[in-house]
Write a protein that binds this ligand. Structure first.
Ligand code: SF4
Ligand code: SF4
Length: 442
């Protein structure tokens, strides 16, 4: 099959260790720390008193505004206090520590069943919002906001993102193999919420089991979902690349999928959407792939939100001596884990223990042009990295730094090992910070 979007790269897939590992629940954690900032937008504000007993699914923090998401207790137990967790990006976030009483008792508000056929578009959006669902592929944008496009943006296609193009990760693959009906029912609900008449699932060719399971489920449910096979190429799962590969539509620079009539959702978010609409369950657990050569027993685990990374590492046979780098997410777009006491969040699909030596030194740009060839957005990564290194923000803006999707292809192919994506990420953060400051002064 021909490659459908420009640029990209082919990092070794390294999915073998967990591709055939069925989903299983992680061992019950002694406590969880549920963050109030697991989404893009304003942090949620705490609702419970310290010392209070909370039940699974109970709302423990309320949204602050529309672009925000509530947080829920992922175990039953006692609220012990607010703790601070260090985000992989370095800043501190508040989280509620809940001591697990092991009873796993659900809150009555979190187990209200619904007849899916009776739910109107507004009901679906409301249930998804109340369940605290966010983009679970890592983007963490609140899902109810994506399900509420402006009136002048008509959505005709819902795209289900089954690419999972990052090396090592198999969480979505296993979810598609084991829960295709739930995913497809979630897709039907999301399509109804936005009025999309067509649903297409894009699945990379290295997941034949997932494709087969989704095909059979679509046939059985008679839901008309099209299954679109995708060539294996990174970053096939990036929204703009996925839309182009499947539909041939180009999202404009600075634009969103809705500008070309498309909405893209991750498989885990669709599953969570079904769970919320059918059973009233808020988002309290997710699948995490815990793997890498430094992990003795790699696995795909159902993990309660707020479970400490140290707890999962212990369960999966983490070899601290051999591991050179721990990563939250995939090796291309993930973040280095700064602190083992980092808690699993809604957007965290993987924990990797990597044993390759970390390259801290880089050479000068030799103008080979490989990064330009690899950039799926058609940017000039070598120039952007030079601007970032020199702090030339005006030049960065001019060169469309904000279009960068931080896929890391440029860094991956660079023979001088230049940390291009890290520089571009810093440039973007600084441009956005200055714009926010300027907007606040108006
Ligand atoms: S500049 Fe950005 S979009 Fe282009 S390859 Fe590098 S990280 Fe990816
Ligand atoms: S790949 Fe690296 S060395 Fe080659 S042009 Fe890009 S930044 Fe320069």
């Amino acid at each position: 099959m021909k490659e459908l979007f420009r640029g990209g790269c082919h990092p070794p897939e390294k999915k073998d260790a967990t591709a055939d590992s069925p989903l299983r629940p992680a061992k019950a954690p002694p406590f969880v720390a549920v963050s109030f900032s697991q989404h893009i937008g304003k942090p949620s504000s705490p609702l419970v008193k310290i010392g209070e007993r909370v039940l699974r699914g109970q709302k423990i923090a309320e949204s602050q505004g529309f672009v925000s998401a509530p947080a829920h207790a992922s175990v039953s137990g006692v609220a012990k206090g607010v703790v601070q967790l260090r985000h992989p990006l370095g800043f501190l976030v508040d989280a509620l520590k809940i001591e697990n009483d092991g009873k796993d008792e659900w809150h009555p508000d979190a187990v209200i069943e619904h007849d899916l056929d009776q739910l109107a578009a507004g009901d679906i959006r409301k249930l998804v919002q109340e369940a605290g669902i966010v983009g679970m592929g890592g983007a963490t944008f609140p899902t109810h906001v994506k399900l509420s496009p402006p009136k002048d943006k008509s959505i005709d296609v819902l795209v289900l993102n089954g690419a999972e193009c990052e090396p090592y990760l198999t969480a979505d693959d296993r979810l598609m193999i084991e829960h295709p009906r739930e995913i497809l029912r979630g897709a039907a609900l999301f399509a109804k919420a936005v009025g999309a008449s067509r649903i297409v699932a894009g699945i990379e060719n290295n997941k034949p089991g997932a494709r087969q399971a989704m095909l059979e489920a679509a046939r059985e449910l008679g839901c008309g979902v099209e299954i679109f096979p995708l060539p294996v190429k990174y970053p096939q799962g990036a929204e703009k690349q996925l839309i182009y590969s499947i539909l041939g539509r180009t999202v404009p620079s600075g634009g969103l999928p809705m500008d070309v009539g498309v909405l893209v959702h991750n498989m885990a978010s669709l599953y969570a959407g079904y769970d919320a609409c059918r059973f009233g369950h808020p988002l309290t657990e997710r699948v995490v792939t815990v793997t890498g050569p430094g992990m003795g027993n790699p696995a795909n685990l159902w993990v309660r939100i707020g479970t400490m990374a140290s707890h999962l590492l212990e369960e999966c046979g983490f070899d601290a001596g051999a591991t050179k780098k721990l990563v939250v997410g995939g090796p291309m777009m993930g973040m280095p884990m700064r602190d083992l006491e980092w808690a699993t969040s809604k957007g965290g699909n993987g924990i990797l223990a990597l044993t390759d030596p970390v390259a801290y030194e880089h050479g000068p740009c030799i103008r080979c042009g490989r990064c330009i060839e690899a950039c799926p957005l058609g940017l000039l990564p070598c120039a952007l990295s030079n601007y970032g290194e020199a702090g030339l923000l005006a030049e960065s803006i001019e060169a469309n730094a904000l279009d960068c999707i931080e896929c890391g292809c440029c860094s991956y192919v660079c023979p001088s090992k230049r940390p291009i994506v890290q520089w571009v990420r810093m440039e973007k953060a600084e441009i956005n910070r200055l714009r926010q400051l300027a907007a606040a002064k108006k």
